[in-house]
Design a protein. Sequence first.
Length: 251
Amino acid sequence: MRIAHHLILSLLLAFLAGQPVGAVGSADALFDQGMQAYVAGGFAQAATNFREASALRITAGTLHNLGNAEWQSGHAGAAILAWEQAQWLDPFNPDTRGNLRFARKAAQVESPELAWYEICSAWLPVNAWAWLATVSFWIAATMVILPGVLRWRKADWQQGLAAAGFAVLLITLPALVGVHTRAQLGVVVSAATPLRLTPTQQAQVLAKLPAGESARLERQRGNYVFIRTATAGGWVERGQFGLVASSNSNP
C-alpha cells in the first residue's frame, strides 16, 4: 500500500510538472538499479544509473546519490558537481553539505566566492524565491486594488497585508538576482584541465585546473567556454566544465 501511494504521488507530480508519465517509472527503476549496484560495490554502474535517472526526472536525492557514486569511482570533480546540483535544489540537506566540505578538503579546492545577495539566494530552494515573489506581489496588489473595485471600506488589516506583501516582495528581489548570477557558477570536472589563452587546441596553457575547482561561466565560443576562477580566467573545453544549474530548472 505504501509503494502504491508513492507511485501515485510520483505520477501526480510528473503530470503537474509536464513530464511524460512513463518517465517516472523509468526514473524509479533506474534509481533502484543504481542503489543495488552501489550496495554491491559497482560504483561506476551506479553512477550511470543515477545519471540516467536524473536525465528523466531531476531530484536532489538522485543527484546526491550520483555524487556518492562518482566519489567512490574516483571522480572528484563529477562528485562535487553532482552535490552542488543537489544543493541547488535542496539547500537544507546536511549530508550534501557535509559531503561537499569533505570532498573539497580532500581535493584541496575552495568553495566558490559568493556575493551577499547570492548567499541570501541559497537560503531557500531556487524555485521558492520566484513563487514567494509572485505570491507576495499578488497579495499586495489584491489588497490595494480589490477594495476600490468592490467598494469595500478601507480597513487597517487590508493596508497591513498590502504593506507586508510589498515588503516580502522587496526582500525577494536581491535573492532573485542572486539566483540568476549563481546560475553561472560551475565546477571543473576533469583533473589537470588546461586553462587556455584562446579557444583553440593549440593555444597557450595558462594553468592546469584541478577537478572540483569552482568557476563562473562568462561566455561561450564553439566547443569552448570562458571561465573565471578565483585567481585566473581562460578557456576550457565545454565537456570539462559543468554548470551547477545546467541540469535543473531555472527561474
